[in-house]
Design a protein around this ligand. Sequence first.
Ligand SMILES: O=C(CO)[C@H](O)[C@H](O)COP(=O)(O)O
Length: 153
Amino acid sequence: MKIAMANDHAGTRMKNEIKAYLESQGHEVVDFGTYDEESCDLSDFVLPASLAVAKGEVDRGIFIDGVGYGSALIANKINGCYAAVCQDPFCAKLAREHTDSNILCIGAKIIGGMIAMEIVKTWLTTDALTAEKYVNRVNKVKAINDQYCVKVK
Ligand SMILES: O=C(CO)[C@H](O)[C@H](O)COP(=O)(O)O
């Protein structure tokens, strides 16, 4: 897969670990930064990465900050971005199976590197469920996205 990654200062170290893992598995990572641990504003990096997801320039996004919510909050304002904060592999499984999320957000201040890696592995290898009730729910969220989020050109 082609995966956009973005982070703030709190997520740099974990982003680098996950990026190395993804590349070792043959994924292509587009790294939108930040690249060091100097204090910065998350939106400067998560917004361009979210736009890349929305435009279909990448298949998925993985964003890392202190608690994960900031990244998700930004990404979920963009048409075509469905971001989920995951704190364990079970969340990651359901974030794919039930909600078909295309962006994974992780909080580096909340979980350790080993759990983060398990979350990433689970999230990347789990498909959305095709049972009617899940498809209907996902489609309702997509309809909200289409109606209320400005389309990205
Ligand atoms: O978790 C975050 C957003 O979800 C940020 O990483 C966090 O708010 C950064 O805070 P600080 O500048 O105090 O390190």
